[in-house]
Design a protein around this ligand. Structure first.
Ligand SMILES: NC(=O)C1=CN([C@@H]2O[C@H](COP(=O)(O)OP(=O)(O)OC[C@H]3O[C@@H](n4cnc5c(N)ncnc54)[C@H](O)[C@@H]3O)[C@@H](O)[C@H]2O)C=CC1
Ligand SMILES: O=C([O-])CC(=O)C(=O)O
Length: 351
């Protein structure tokens, strides 16, 4: 009963997040395991603040048939707990590097929330020194054990960890730009929530693209394209933009040393992984914003709307018409985003 309720909440919220006419899981009614293909999802960092609720939400997703939960510690408990939920997927926990290969083998989608979170006063870039190495070693294993999987990178700084992953895959000869995604869905989730509150419209009907990157001013919500239209005054748009850009910091400060967004991130991560699975399953018109290899601007990676398909990225969509304020924001974010991308590429090639 409760599972059905949770599933229906996830299903409704998920459809709201997508510019898609199809149902959240690509199967309109009466989902049955026999109608959806086998799909293995691996979560790396599954015992963490994001990893645990994300494991729960992926366990509720009927598109998943196998759920591999990997971490350096704590996964047997998380896996035993989640595995008792009476939904489709078989859950297995893997702990320690010697089990990483098994966790990854056969994966269709690998979600990476492994690494340290921010404390008050830190920027996402301050996490680079620790998280860059973690991401590099996990991606080296992905190249070896599941080179064709779609990779959903959550670990910060996303603006650098995605370029690191691309370089690791290039070196291994497995890079496919269609299969690497920086997860920026939380920026979209926040932009929608904040816009709905200000515009006093039904949040379930709101759509707002968020482009650029995933840190401070590199996060550029395009409220001029928000629907339903609300004609908010310029000062409201500026305040909404700033709040979206500082959304992560708002949570870090409120948690006062106990980490950063975990629950809203797990929700956002589950929405994005679900979109990837739907794309793989051939559901049409699955569109989400993501930080991907891109030629939308002169930068090699950029977040914008992306159409997902059977091979991952089917099409990177353009920015659409921008307001003057957004044009300024776009120019202002480029130097920082460029240097974060270059920092990631340099790290991957020197170490
Ligand atoms: N993309 C986004 O929008 C967001 C990204 N994040 C980022 O997600 C990351 C994780 O955040 P939390 O879950 O709050 O942190 P956490 O510290 O609660 O959990 C991280 C987990 O990663 C594990 N881990 C560390 N090294 C590992 C390795 N080599 N292999 C596998 N697992 C490993 C840890 O054991 C821990 O369980 C942080 O980098 C954070 O900044 C957080 C929120 C939003
Ligand atoms: O702010 C952080 O450090 C975590 C994060 O990326 C977010 O909440 O958007």
């Amino acid at each position: 009963m409760r599972t059905a309720m949770l599933r229906s909440v996830l299903k409704r919220s998920s459809s709201n997040l997508m510019n898609s006419t199809t149902s959240a899981y690509g199967v309109r009614r009466g989902f049955a395991s026999e109608s959806a293909p086998e799909r293995k999802v691996a979560v790396l960092g599954a015992a963490g603040g994001i990893g645990q609720p994300l494991a729960l939400l992926m366990k509720l997703n009927p598109l998943v048939s196998k759920l591999a939960l990997y971490d350096i510690a704590g996964t047997p408990g998380v896996a035993a707990d989640v595995s008792h939920i009476n939904t489709r997927s078989e859950v297995v926990g893997f702990m320690g590097e010697e089990q990483l290969g098994q966790a990854l083998e056969g994966s269709d989608v690998v979600i990476i929330p492994a690494g340290v979170p921010r404390k008050p006063g830190m920027t996402r870039d301050d996490l680079f020194n620790i998280n860059a190495g973690i991401v590099k070693s996990l991606c080296t294993a992905i190249a070896k054990y599941c080179p064709h999987a779609l990779v959903n990178m959550i670990s910060n700084p996303v603006n650098s960890t995605v370029p690191i992953a691309s370089e690791v895959f290039k070196k291994a000869g497995t890079y496919d730009e269609k299969k690497l995604f920086g997860v920026t869905t939380l920026d979209v989730v926040r932009a929608k929530t904040f816009y709905a509150g200000k515009a006093k419209v039904n949040v379930a009907e709101v759509n707002v693209p968020v482009v650029g990157g995933h840190a401070g001013i590199t996060i550029l919500p395009l409220f001029s394209q928000a629907t339903p239209k609300a004609n908010l005054p310029d000062e409201d748009i500026k305040a909404l933009t700033k709040r979206t850009q500082d959304g992560g910091t708002e949570v870090v400060e409120a948690k006062a040393g106990k980490g950063s967004a975990t629950l809203s991130m797990a929700y956002a991560g589950a929405i994005f992984a679900d979109a990837c699975l739907k794309g793989l399953n051939g559901v049409p018109d699955v569109v989400e914003c993501s930080f991907v290899q891109s030629s939308v601007t002169e930068l090699p990676f950029f977040a914008s709307k992306v159409r997902l398909g059977k091979n991952g990225v089917e099409e990177v969509l353009g920015l659409g018409p921008l307001s003057d304020y957004e044009k300024e924001g776009l120019e202002a974010l480029k130097p920082e985003l460029k240097s974060s991308i270059e920092k990631g590429i340099k790290f991957a090639n020197q170490s």
